[in-house]
Write a protein that binds this ligand. Structure first.
Ligand code: NAP
Length: 284
């Protein structure tokens, strides 16, 4: 058996097309106001520059307004907090994204906590995380939301399914566990202290790896026919690889996402979707 390879680029393109329609509808019913996404980049990390550049480009491609602020590597925390306050108070800004990681003199948690939860399109504030944990509507982190879209696209039956998430970060594992619970899956979350990871993973109908460990998930850890979503992005001598041993696991899985071209493209697509959602909620 060889798994269906889930094409994240194609699913992301369909999400962007949907968002572009929603932007037009939103503007038509809000006196021409186009949702605005503010990106804030501090320092000169080359990868962050590429990520933010892609986010800005795609924001404009779906017809939204991109507002961009760039600060020096040595910027004091107060200055960044003042900028966040200014963006919070700007009614033309619907979403605020502060690119992480931040330089070491800045406390990341302080900055996230300062973002108006109504504009927190990364879904990282305690308020939005709390709403998600309680199963109530809020702004949901982009990567886990993208994973759910891919599972839907792959036709995974989530209700009653055994879902195993490997990784418990605030960015991916934890919010994803809440989303899967919201879909009525039976959810197990694994981490670095999990005993017998292979045994737990091999129970999964739906297996999501969000670890940051190249090819950690091997063929012996996957139930035949399982849907496997690989969030991991690891730069190795062989190039970009996921947390799943793709070539081995595709022989047993029912469906699998590749790296690159799986979860990665979904993250920005869901960011755009969250920005329209934030714009709508702010005007309810
Ligand atoms: P993270 O904050 O470093 O969390 C990693 C998690 O994996 C932790 O919960 C850790 O457990 C667990 N872990 C580490 N080694 C393990 C092992 N041997 N067995 C089981 N669990 C183990 O990472 P993250 O931010 O969630 O990101 C995870 C991966 O996804 C990274 O490769 C990242 O680059 C990628 N990512 C991709 C996207 C995208 O758009 N494609 C977005 C976000 C992240 P403990 O909690 O016990 O330490």
């Amino acid at each position: 058996m060889s798994a269906e390879v889930v094409d994240g680029k194609a699913v992301a393109a369909s999400v962007r097309a949907r968002v572009a329609d929603e932007v037009k509808e939103f503007a038509a019913s809000n006196d021409g106001h186009v949702p605005g996404l503010a990106t804030v980049l501090v320092g000169d990390d080359p990868a962050s520059h590429v990520y933010v550049g892609n986010k800005r480009k795609q924001t404009e491609e779906v017809g939204m307004r991109s507002i961009h602020e760039e600060l020096d590597d040595g910027t004091p925390e107060d200055e960044l907090l003042d900028l966040v306050d200014q963006l919070n108070g700007d009614d033309t800004v619907d979403g605020i994204l502060v690119q992480l990681p931040l330089p070491e003199q800045i406390d990341q948690d302080e900055v996230i906590a300062r973002i108006d939860p109504a504009k927190d399109v990364d879904g990282l504030t305690a308020g939005n995380a709390g709403l998600l944990a309680q199963g109530r509507p809020g702004l949901v982190p982009c990567t886990p939301q993208g994973v759910i879209e891919l599972l839907r696209h792959a036709g995974a039956e989530l209700s009653g399914a055994e879902a195993v998430v490997v990784g418990r970060s605030i960015l991916v594992g934890r919010p994803l566990a809440s989303l899967l619970l919201g879909e009525n899956a039976t959810v197990t979350v694994c981490h670095s202290r999990t005993r017998d990871l292979a045994e737990v993973c091999s129970r999964a109908d739906v297996l999501v790896a969000a670890v940051g460990s190249p090819r950690l998930i091997g063929r012996n850890m996957v139930k035949p026919g399982a849907v496997v979503i690989d969030v991991g992005t690891n730069r190795t001598d062989d190039g970009l690889v996921g947390d799943v041993d793709f070539e081995a696991v595709r022989e047993v899985a029912g469906a699998i996402t590749p790296v690159p071209g799986g979860v990665g493209p979904m993250t920005i697509a869901m960011l755009l979707s969250n920005t329209v959602e934030a714009a709508r909620r702010r005007r309810l």
